[in-house]
Design a protein around this ligand. Structure first.
Ligand SMILES: [Zn+2]
Length: 100
């Protein structure tokens, strides 16, 4: 398991029932958790698109790319990290969050 991957982060989160998170399960949320949905790499895998590349041109648009690497989402990623670091009972440790 690689540090800074979607699976690595999800495996470090205690069971949702234990931490009692209220999660609004939207199609985008489901795509981010499962990797199945409206992302270029998934659509390319099923031959719906010719190219799996992200519009930022720095890699394939996978869930991990969107969450950790996409240059077009840096501002949103930084905003989310700042919000997580201000939360007292965050399910992901602040140390782990800073490594992302
Ligand atoms: Zn990108």
């Amino acid at each position: 398991m690689r540090e800074g991957t979607r699976q690595g982060v999800l495996q470090s989160v205690p069971r949702r029932s234990v931490i009692k998170l209220k999660i609004n399960v939207t199609p985008n949320f489901t795509t981010m958790v499962t990797g199945h949905g409206n992302i270029e790499s998934y659509l390319h895998k099923y031959k719906i698109l010719d190219n799996p590349m992200c519009s930022c041109k720095s890699g394939e648009q996978t869930v991990d790319h969107i969450l950790f690497d996409c240059k077009l989402l840096e501002q949103e990623r930084d905003s989310l990290k700042a919000k997580i670091l201000r939360t007292e009972n965050c399910p992901v440790s602040k140390n782990k969050c800073n490594k992302i």
